[in-house]
Design a protein around this ligand. Structure first.
Ligand code: 4NP
Length: 153
């Protein structure tokens, strides 16, 4: 199972999702390959936002080694699931995928049982509270995705 998390810049939400889901999968002994990418290329090569790194570090998860990159066509071949953080990312991926591969594109919060929100809000221009809220949503969706993978094996 190969999973790609996608947001706009690949420095806030999707690198947090990548690090957190990798941690959840390792804790459960699931064998998955996890990566993340951005719809845009503005932050190519950069480490995750310091606020997102701190949010995960306080839970014992280190994402400092991850580097931003842009989504590329080959990702639709390599990955089984491309999980978008919000509707805008979802629309962008669906267009790039084309009709044959669009079935691989989903909103990540589809897996967050009980979450009232359907999109992970962009925390880039806000304060630390925004990153905590993002973490809560990503945690719900990560546990739900791990349950989904385990129950389909
Ligand atoms: P992300 O947040 O999509 O969660 O990585 C953003 C980071 C940077 C920008 C936008 C969103 N930006 O416009 O540079």
């Amino acid at each position: 199972m190969h999973i790609l998390f996608v947001c706009l810049g690949n420095i806030c939400r999707s690198p947090m999702a990548e690090g957190l889901f990798r941690h959840v999968a390792e804790t459960r002994g699931l064998s998955v390959t996890v990566d993340s990418a951005g719809c845009g290329a503005w932050h190519e090569g950069e480490a995750p936002d310091a606020r997102g790194q701190a949010t995960l570090r306080s839970r014992g998860i280190d994402i400092s080694h991850q580097q931003a990159r842009q989504v590329e066509d080959a990702d639709f071949e390599t990955f089984d699931l491309l999980l978008a953080m919000d509707n805008r990312n979802h629309d962008h991926l669906t267009r790039l995928a084309g009709p044959e591969r669009a079935g691989k594109v989903k909103l990540f919060l589809e897996f967050a049982a009980g979450a009232r929100e359907t999109e992970v809000p962009d925390p880039y221009y806000g304060g630390p509270d925004g990153f905590e809220h993002v973490f809560t949503l990503l945690q719900q969706a990560s546990e739900g995705l791990a349950d989904h993978i385990q129950s389909s094996r």
